[in-house]
Design a protein around this ligand. Structure first.
Ligand SMILES: [Zn+2]
Ligand SMILES: [Zn+2]
Length: 276
């Protein structure tokens, strides 16, 4: 499996970092594809990664924070207008996702009407099949088996991490969370653990309350490394960096993690890829 960081950014606009989104590619030609979260610019980054919404077997949503959903409508619309026949887009996520999708589809109604009215061969509306999932649920997506685990990002509830297993390899996609029992289950013996991280030491230096507020519901680099070490992870893949580091600062971030975890530690720009 390839784990592609499509977007390594956060809610803070950054010309070089798309919003949170991670692509899994597996199978013949990497054509078995699953998208986890749909942050700002994810469709552009998918194109750069050799993907398109029409290739997705499924979309997994960790939680309903806007930075993880900004471009979900782009996924839906691009999936639809490039389809040659009615094709459902399958989405799994926490309770509340169906309501989000219902409202979004309402907002897209004018566009859907214009395009169906204009293109004689486009006679169907977008089809989005939502499955709301809870911790403990499992399902299969092609050759991938997926299990859901409770994460902790209060007051955002519910939040879900996805553990994807294929041919004996495990990718744990945690989303935004602090360390908790569910995160331990999610990451146990994972080959790759993808964690959104903040540098709490740097954030604490900024005297802005709204930024200080993020400290209590994201993993710091240290906490991500400790989770990786405690649970037998092979590779820690960090993303969703706050503050956004310059490339020359990556070594510093990795060194902080390496104080707590002696496995492989990876961070990088958008499109950074780890293969397991
Ligand atoms: Zn969040
Ligand atoms: Zn976030």
């Amino acid at each position: 499996m390839d784990v592609v960081l499509l977007g390594t950014g956060s809610p803070m606009p950054d010309p070089n970092r798309a919003g949170p989104a991670t692509l899994l590619k597996a199978g013949e030609g990497g054509l078995e594809q699953v998208l986890v979260d749909t942050g700002r610019g994810c469709v552009m980054r998918m194109a750069a990664a050799g993907s398109l919404p029409g290739l997705l077997q499924g979309v997994l949503i960790t939680h309903l924070h806007s930075d993880h959903l900004t471009d979900f409508s782009d996924i839906v619309t691009t999936h639809w207008i490039m389809s040659q026949q009615p094709t459902p887009l399958k989405v799994w996520g926490p309770p509340g996702l169906q309501r989000y999708v219902d409202y979004m589809m309402k907002a897209l109604e004018p566009d859907v009407g214009y395009r169906i009215g204009h293109h004689d061969d486009l006679t169907w509306e977008p089809i989005v099949e939502v499955t709301e999932v809870s911790p403990g649920d499992t399902f299969t997506l092609g050759t991938m088996s997926v299990s859901m685990h409770q994460t902790m990002h209060a007051p955002v509830e519910p939040t879900i991490g996805f553990r994807v297993e294929r041919e004996g390899k495990v990718v744990a996609l945690a989303g935004d969370t602090i360390p908790c029992a569910g995160l331990d289950e999610l990451t146990t013996d994972a080959d790759v653990y993808v964690q959104t991280v903040i540098r709490d030491d740097l954030v604490k230096l900024v005297p802005v309350q709204r930024l200080q507020d993020i400290l209590d519901y994201h993993s710091s680099v240290e906490q991500a490394a400790q989770t990786a070490a405690n649970n037998g992870v092979t590779t820690l893949l960090m993303t969703h960096y706050v503050p956004a580091p310059q490339p020359e600062q990556y070594d510093e971030w990795i060194a902080i993690a390496a104080e707590h975890f002696d496995g492989e530690i990876v961070m990088g720009d958008d499109l950074t890829t780890v293969t397991v």
